[in-house]
Ligand binder design. Structure first.
Ligand SMILES: Cc1cc2nc3c(=O)[nH]c(=O)nc-3n(C[C@H](O)[C@H](O)[C@H](O)COP(=O)(O)OP(=O)(O)OC[C@H]3O[C@@H](n4cnc5c(N)ncnc54)[C@H](O)[C@@H]3O)c2cc1C
Length: 386
């Protein structure tokens, strides 16, 4: 398999790299410090077509693929992870469920606006009582026999892109019945923002990703039309497994970007900073650290591109996606720690991008499946069960 980019993918990479340096880098630090969602940057990303990258042109997408999405995420995260996760969640969690499982009417209604970035979508799976064990969902949805509507009750937590001024919908998983053996039957339902009874809490105070939107959501007798069911009733579990398998590739690309950003910043700093009469980059201890960081970012890139290539060509990719997510998130944390060390005291100052990268790295080992969950998936794919 050739992991070098086609000319189209390379052109996309260069365009996003330029955007990240010229538009994101000069502004994002202030948004981050103010814990503010960067609407003007997100609007620009929409104009560039980034939210429509892997979707068909008939719905306003760019007609690209998951590799294209990963390339864009990697280049954005080299500079900043808040904007990268806004794109990742908007595409993989917000729009992709509609694209994969939606009816023609649902796609026609939502995809053009999601692809243009005019509205953001979110995916509400995690609940206060559990995220890894997502099958233990407590949110319920029942059909009101008189009106045919779904009536939803429950709480979701840590939901990305769910409370911005441009959030249009949240797809939520809910228990819609029980199997004859008493197992919960989970379904996915589209809840438009502003539906009565659907309330969005204030943004969390987070360790990182401070210019991205994360909220707790409450559903109190929320009524939506029967037509808002996404795909078949009872297929919610299978749907989110698929969404998360794909999402892991996207998070792996994002983590690779963060890891590479740590290399970029460290090389620059090591050439500028002097100690004991020489620049610190002339000391082998620093050189070796940076060489190891580059090795990890490079290997991580090969891993996510391999998983993405398998997805694009229709081959099984579950194990490779889990491997890529596990590896890239681990080395993103490693690289962020080393980059901060190389920057000395300045690495602890928020005005330096590596400080932001350090704060943004830890969540990569938690979101869209913790590292333990990735190990469980890999072991299962190797035939180890129980
Ligand atoms: C900033 C942010 C954004 C997020 N965005 C979204 C979003 O958009 N949509 C969404 O649905 N969710 C989102 N999440 C939730 C995220 O996916 C969950 O936090 C994650 O899946 C872990 O779930 P949990 O927090 O409930 O931890 P738990 O599942 O309670 O896990 C706690 C610890 O126990 C370990 N553990 C659990 N089970 C096992 C086991 N069987 N064996 C070994 N170890 C185990 C875990 O690995 C972890 O270390 C977001 C979270 C954050 C912090």
């Amino acid at each position: 398999m050739d992991h070098r980019l086609s000319s189209e993918h390379e052109e996309l990479r260069r365009t996003v790299e330029e955007f990240a340096h010229d538009v994101v880098a000069p502004k994002i630090g202030d948004f981050y410090e103010r814990h503010e969602f960067p609407y003007e940057i997100v609007r620009e990303m929409g104009r560039m077509g980034l939210f429509g990258l892997p979707f068909p042109e008939e719905y306003g997408g760019m007609g690209g693929d998951y590799l294209a999405l990963g390339i864009a995420l990697e280049e954005l995260a080299r500079v900043d992870s808040s904007v990268a996760i806004t794109l990742e969640a908007g595409v993989s969690l917000g729009a992709m469920p509609l694209h994969l499982f939606g009816t023609e009417e649902q796609k026609a209604e939502w995809l053009p606006r999601l692809c243009s970035g005019e509205v953001l979508g979110a995916f509400g799976l995690t609940e206060p009582d559990g995220g890894s064990d997502a099958g233990a969902t407590r949110t319920t949805a029942r059909v009101d026999e008189a009106t045919g509507e779904w009536v939803i009750n429950g709480t979701k937590c840590f939901i990305t892109n769910s409370g911005t001024d441009i959030t249009g919908l949240v797809t939520v998983t809910a228990v819609t019945g029980r199997s004859p053996e008493g197992k919960p039957q989970i379904s996915s339902i589209i809840v438009p923002s502003g539906t009565p009874g659907f309330t969005v809490a204030a943004p969390y105070s987070k360790v990182g990703w401070n210019a991205s939107d994360t909220r707790e959501l409450h559903f109190d007798d929320v009524r939506v039309p029967a037509a808002n069911l996404l795909g078949e009733q009872g297929r919610g579990f299978a749907q989110f497994l698929r969404i998360l398998d794909e999402g892991r590739i996207a998070i792996a690309a994002l983590a690779t970007g963060l890891a590479q950003g740590c290399v970029d910043e460290s090389v620059k700093y090591a050439k500028e900073r002097h100690a004991f009469g020489r620049n610190i980059g002339s000391y082998q201890a620093i050189q070796f650290k940076i060489a190891d960081m580059e090795m990890k970012a490079h290997t991580s890139r090969l891993a996510w591109r391999d998983a993405a290539s398998r997805l694009v060509s229709g081959e099984p990719f579950k194990k490779e996606a889990a491997l890529a997510k596990l590896y890239s998130s681990t080395i993103a944390v490693d690289n962020a720690r080393e980059a901060t060390q190389i920057h000395g005291g300045y690495g602890f100052m928020n005005e330096y991008p590596v400080a932001r990268m350090w704060r943004d790295s830890k969540i990569l080992e938690i979101g869209e499946g913790t590292s333990e969950v990735q190990r469980m998936l890999i072991a299962r794919e190797l035939g180890l069960t129980g």
